[in-house]
Design a protein around this ligand. Structure first.
Ligand code: HMG
Ligand code: MG
Length: 305
């Protein structure tokens, strides 16, 4: 295996409270979301994607965004981010003092329409004032780029589409971007091509991997991204999640599985795997299921033996 580019440390952004829970059919009480955030930060997560300020008609599960943000006891050194698709969302988010806001676009026109009800070009018109207002307020700005490998409506997405989107994000002042495989169809070379396309516009330090695990490829894709030197990843505790506008897609790669792999590769994450597994058990029990993480399952079986 080629190892020369492997980073020595990795920053994980747990998106479980947002990407993980946004698709749950039953309402999850705000107090449980808040407790999940507390357990994640206690496990050593330094970035947590908490919620989204989107239309409650589109995503009812995130309607308690302000309540969740208000309930969190913030820990120094932890970055709390929220999704804001437009000025209305940003203004509501601003009152809750996020450290970072996330605008979210897509490399596929069809997904852009289904997810945020506008074209890629229109999305940039909506994002531009949000990005400006955030940066004027001293809030960091990240851009999520959906469907960088494949789209549920358009199929394969060419790397040129990803480069185009990354260029648009850069042009409106987005500071760093997530290369998202929304429906988890990517495999290592395809994911590397999407990342390389993004690197035409963003520095390595400003690119993160966001891999859903629908086809079981997300850990392999994470390693492929590491081999390019990417060291920021979004993962989801207990493998929670999916996007309501990407039917059948499962959650992000489980944070537990990535931490286990990185720990044993000697790559520092600053995360306590046992406490992380406990956080995953907490939210999974609240949802009435078992953690969707192979590592958590193995460790829990070992603990029980
Ligand atoms: P729209 O209908 O085009 O918006 O939705 P509009 O401006 O025409 O407004 C229509 C109504 O929505 C109005 O209410 C607005 O007040 C309200 P009404 O007058 O009908 O009562 N509205 C809002 N309410 C609360 N917060 C707001 C807001 N904006 C408008 N911010 C909109 C456009 C973007 C709002 C809508 O399409 C939407 O909410 N989409 C959310 C989609 C979403 O959250 N998807 C999941 C997150 S993305 C994801 O998971 C992918 C990611 O993980 C990366 C990956 O894996 O690919 C990030
Ligand atoms: Mg996602």
């Amino acid at each position: 295996m080629k190892t020369m580019n492997l980073p020595h440390r990795v920053k994980l952004i747990d998106v479980g409270p947002r990407d993980g829970l946004q698709n749950e059919k039953q309402p999850v009480p705000a107090a449980i979301k808040v407790e999940l955030v507390h357990r994640l930060q206690a496990a050593g997560l330094k970035e947590i994607e908490v919620t989204s300020f989107v239309s409650p008609k589109w995503v009812p599960q995130m309607a308690d965004n302000a309540e969740v943000m208000a309930g969190i006891q913030r820990q120094a050194g932890v970055r709390y981010s929220v999704l804001t698709p437009n000025v209305q969302g940003f203004e509501a988010a601003l009152k809750t003092k996020p450290d970072e806001i996330v605008v979210f676009g897509a490399a596929s026109e069809a997904f852009s329409q289904k997810n945020i009800n506008c074209s890629i070009a229109e999305s940039m018109e909506r994002f531009a004032p949000v990005v400006k207002a955030a940066r004027d307020a001293g809030i960091a700005v990240r851009g999520a780029m959906s469907c960088t490998v494949g789209c549920p409506y358009e199929g394969d997405i060419a790397p040129e589409r990803v480069a185009y989107l990354a260029g648009l994000m850069k042009s409106i002042g987005v500071q760093r971007v997530d290369v998202a495989d929304t429906i988890g169809v990517g495999t290592p070379r395809k994911v590397q091509a999407a990342i390389e396309a993004t690197l035409k516009h963003y520095a390595l330090n400003d690119v993160s991997g966001h891999f859903h695990d629908t086809y079981g490829q997300a850990l392999a894709n994470t390693l492929a991204a590491l081999q390019l030197g990417v060291w920021n990843f979004q993962t989801s505790v207990a493998g929670l999640g999916g996007c309501p506008y990407a039917k059948g897609a499962t959650g992000n790669v489980a944070t537990e599985d990535v931490v286990y792999m990185l720990n044993s590769m000697g790559i520092d994450t600053g995360i306590d795997l046992d406490r992380l597994i406990d956080a995953g058990v907490y939210i999974s029990e609240a949802l009435g299921r078992k953690p969707n993480s192979r590592v958590a399952t193995a460790v829990l079986n070992k603990r029980a033996a």
